[in-house]
Design a protein around this ligand. Structure first.
Ligand code: BJW
Length: 276
């Protein structure tokens, strides 16, 4: 119980930080959309999108690496998001994810999610590859979505990988057990040092290779293999567009960089390319 209170307070602080950050970004400089970008997006037959935590920031979900309000500013990822952390202290890891699962259930998609769902309806060939585990893209109406890092709302057996629909929180200081084999249950997310779901990654790589335009929104572009998708697309001839209020390792190589919050930039871009 003490652990839950600790997580509750500190994650709530990150949530508040995400909202403060959102408010500050909303007051950012006016957005300029290059005409060549609008034309390219309108003409594109195939569009791929890579999203990261920044796309959910305006829903109030904390990012990972933002200096003040990111989760990794308050929590050590090696203690919470690795298989060895779960092996060392399964209850601590379980509690952290349970807290975040509760928080995610209480937020809603923002204009960035809705703009990407609208873009999907306008483009013949489309794929949205997200690193986010919050499920907000589907809740906004996106259909052609692959979740590269899993989904925090699901739970699976840590031994067999079977997704378990229902579980009861045990009274003791351990995570719940798999009803079939008795191993601990764990969140159905991808931790560091774990492989990404092969079908999701293959679909994202295919989309990156064949797209005309790749939008990269709200990611620090630091975590591989997702961070390799922009280069894959660029080598195959795609126009790569970064949407991010801050500089990332991708910024120097992107064809266009739109500096601003995704909840402002993406609706404006989609409306400019597909008016009416
Ligand atoms: C806004 C905004 C607004 C703010 N609008 N934008 C050495 C040892 C072991 C492994 C490695 C190693 N070196 C490299 C690796 C590989 C490792 C890796 O890449 N590490 C790097 C950190 C160096 N990768 C892996 O381990 C992956 N697996 C793998 O490679 O398997 C093969 C392998 C096996 C064994 C050994 C080695 C390799 C798995 C990666 C799994 C990542 N998992 C997490 C946690 C998921 C579960 C959870 O939620 O807890 O995924 S970590 C975290 O980072 C999460 C995210 O999906 C991911 C990416 O973060 P993201 O989305 O980019 O968020 P931020 O916070 O970084 O950035 C937010 C951005 O938004 C910022 O740029 C802001 O400016 C911006 N922003 N507000 C738009 N309003």
């Amino acid at each position: 119980m003490r652990m839950s209170i600790e997580f509750s307070t500190r994650v709530a602080r990150a949530w508040d930080g995400a909202r403060a950050c959102e408010n500050a970004q909303m007051r950012a400089a006016p957005l300029v959309l290059p005409a060549s970008l609008v034309t390219a997006l309108r003409a594109a037959r195939s569009v791929a999108v890579l999203t990261g935590a920044g796309v959910s920031a305006e829903s109030g979900v904390p990012t990972f690496r933002d200096a003040q309000q990111g989760l990794w500013a308050q929590f050590d990822p090696r203690e919470l998001a690795t298989p060895s952390a779960f092996a060392r202290n399964p209850k601590r890891v379980w509690d952290w994810y349970a807290m975040r699962r509760d928080m995610v259930a209480r937020v809603a998609p923002n204009p960035a999610h809705f703009a990407l769902a609208e873009l999907e309806r306008r483009v013949p060939d489309f794929l949205l590859a997200t690193q986010n585990v919050d499920g907000l893209h589907r809740r906004a109406g996106s259909v052609r979505v692959v979740e590269l890092h899993g989904n925090i709302t699901r739970v699976r057996c840590s031994a067999e990988g079977t997704v378990v629909a229902q579980w009861r929180e045990p009274a003791d200081a351990l995570p719940p057990r798999c009803p079939a084999c008795g191993a601990y249950l764990r969140p159905d997310v991808v931790w560091f040092e774990e492989m990404l779901p092969a079908d999701a990654l293959a679909a994202a790589e295919d989309a990156a290779r064949r797209c005309d335009v790749l939008l990269v929104a709200g990611t620090s572009a630091e975590v591989y293999p997702a961070a390799a998708l922009p280069e894959l697309a660029q080598r195959a001839g795609a126009l790569v567009v970064e949407v991010n209020p801050n500089e990332t390792p991708l910024s120097a190589d992107a064809g266009h960089v739109l500096r601003g919050p995704a909840g402002v930039v993406l609706p404006a871009l989609v409306a400019a390319a597909f008016p009416g």
